[in-house]
Design a protein around this ligand. Structure first.
Ligand code: PEP
Length: 251
């Protein structure tokens, strides 16, 4: 039985004041038993969030890490070992905004994924197709390639200590959501790709859906057999909405 995970990606949002407000709201939430909850604040605020959520069972992750685990001369980057030292337990790898806007390649993301695991962090590997790719019928090919780039280099077994997030690029921040059936089809294909290499890893890995998830559509999405929770962007900036999505995962 896979434990659902609901993860809030705050992206580049927040001020000291708004982060303090959000922490207060998260603290007050009644979270469901059996659902793992995590938030990914901008790295500047990770310490505030860790301190503010002490005693609450919400994990804290980072939105990115350097491609090497160790500290060193790399201006502007944060090493996975530093994130672990701060108290993070997870890190996003390959969010589409980093792939598309910052040009992060599959090859670079393999190194970030490995760096995360070398520091004891759980990587959340984000994969998904653009609208053009979906319209060209290339969705499964694209996610297979993105997942395969990690599997081919690091082996399937690394997914025993990782999470996959399927996020169709056309659904991120647009208000468009994949239907539960569209999402399920891709989640099943991702699991089948892992299953072809290792059935136990495939059975155990959590595959999250991300792309305009809200309380109003979460129950239907999370009801699909291969959807094990969600990666939530915009809606995670509202503690009450985020709490409702977490409860949907507990249904
Ligand atoms: C995301 O940033 O990962 C995301 C899914 O964003 P949103 O929920 O706002 O579409």
């Amino acid at each position: 039985m896979r434990r659902p995970l609901v993860a809030g990606n705050w992206k580049m949002h927040g001020t000291r004041a708004s982060v303090a407000e959000l922490i207060k709201g998260l603290h007050a939430l009644a979270l469901p038993e059996g659902v793992e909850v995590a938030v990914f604040p901008p790295s500047l605020y990770i310490n505030n969030v860790l301190a503010g959520l002490e005693g609450k069972s919400i994990a804290v992750g980072a939105q990115n890490c350097a491609a090497e685990p160790a500290q060193g001369a790399l201006t502007g980057e944060v090493a996975s070992s530093q994130l672990a030292d701060a108290g993070c337990t997870l890190v996003l790898v390959g969010h589409s905004e980093r792939r598309q806007i910052l040009g992060e390649s599959d090859e670079l993301l393999v190194r970030k994924f490995a760096a995360a695991q070398a520091s004891g962090l759980t990587p959340v590997l984000c994969i998904g197709e653009t609208l053009e790719q979906r319209e060209a019928g290339q969705t499964i090919e694209v996610v297979n390639r993105q997942l395969g780039s990690v599997m081919d280099v690091l082996g399937v077994e690394v997914f025993a200590r990782a999470v996959v997030a399927y996020e169709p690029v056309w659904a991120i921040g647009t208000g468009l959501t994949a239907t539960p059936e569209q999402a399920q089809e891709v989640h099943a294909a991702i699991r089948a790709q892992l299953d072809a290499e290792d059935a136990e890893v495939a059975r155990g890995v959590r595959i999250l859906y991300g792309g305009s998830v809200k309380a109003a559509n979460a129950v239907e999405l999370f009801g699909m057999p291969d959807i094990d929770g969600g990666l939530i962007g915009g809606a995670s900036l509202n503690a009450d909405e985020f709490g409702a999505i977490c409860r949907a995962a507990g249904n």
